[in-house]
Design a binder for this molecule. Sequence first.
Ligand SMILES: [Zn+2]
Length: 494
Amino acid sequence: MTTPPSPAPNQPIVFRHGTVLTMDDRHTVLPDGDVLIIDAKIAAVGVALEVPEGAFEIDARGGILMPGMIDTHRHMWQTAMRAYGADWTLSQYFVWYYLEHGRAFRPEDIEAGNLISALDAIEGGVTTTVDWSHGLQSVEHAEAAVEALATSPGRFVHAYGNIFAAPWEWAVDASVKAQIERTARDSRLFGAQLAFDVTGDPDFPERAAFEAARDLGVPVTTHAGVWGATNDDGIRLMHENGFMDASTVYVHAATLSQDSYQRIAASGGSVSLSTESEESCGQGYPPSHALRAHGIPVSMSVDTSVWFSSDLFSAMRATLGADRAWEHLTAHENGDTITHSHLRAEQVVEWVTRGGAKALGKDHLVGSLEAGKLADVVLIKNDHSPTMSPLLNPYGHVVFQAGRGDVHTVLVGGEIVKFDGRLTGGDLNGAKAKIEATVEHLRSTLGDDLWQQGMNPDIPETTILDNPYGYTEFSSDATRRAHETFSAATPNRG
Ligand SMILES: [Zn+2]
């Protein structure tokens, strides 16, 4: 196997002849465009650019150049148990992650989850990620989380959280505040946030945590509108007490009233949509339709890879599907037909790039391919795949055709971290070894029975409805046989 040539440090880089989605204010698209990178920044975007002598040239023909994607809510530590909870509901997640596995995480397990998750993000073209880090039982856990991010390729905002204690207790702890201050000042990171949820208790005990965030000068990110967990009371209390502002990020915001959406819209905050999560867990129907109706800014996120995919291609696809499904379904209930879809592929590409940059207050730095911005660039190109041809509608192609396997090259601040389809930054083998040790620790701590039980929740019994057309011996026999075969293949269930 030969290693493809790669640029030397500080060598200017130019992408040639790509379809360029700039995501600038006018959404300029260049069908045959170049992007020039000099000293960590985008120096120029245009056609047939003149470039410095000796620039490293990357052939982007047949590919799409776009800004690095931005994820505003990812519980990176939970990637240590990737896919384990694929069949969970939110209730099972609370029991398993909050009460069982989560408590067993040591600082080195948080580190392992973050290391693998950081590489996962880069590999899928996500260059900025908010680590919604709510497994921090101690400051040592937080230090391990932050160090993993600081030594990984990519940009990370660390959102400090702790689901094992009340926010009005841990967020005011002097050692926690000192840790958050260190993170906020750490030039290896892209910022800090405070991550906690608001229960709706009329006494509003969360006030102390909001005040801590204000003291520290960091934004708050909060799971809002989560069926059975957080609701309109939390939003109302935040609003009445003056703790909603443009920097606040509301995650999910699914089960909320018009009144809550109006309070969010009026205070300028944004919502982080995790559509795959909302569809599976039960926070409420993915609310993109409501956010559009209220003009609330949107960013996107994957939430957790203990359940879902870790790439934002899936998030865009799921969001477009959920929004359109809602539109059709509500129209059909009224006997109407939708002839034109409101939500477009172009809009979800905006949400996954500029939307994230704006939500984090970093729109002047990242989120678009424009001269002067940091060079976070993704090239989607796969000459070995029929799926890249023909390339007619670049937004549609990114959303419904491309996937993480088509991410050819990723630059973060001008540094190549994925090239020719392979990670070049970070230490994948080292991260894998740490993950193995973590899984071994969690499995032995919980014991085999509990481990298996957590991964295979009971299936509620399915009642086969009476079917007036099932009048022949053949069809009723076939139904019974199918039922028996399924039950035999899945022991210990229902
Ligand atoms: Zn979450």
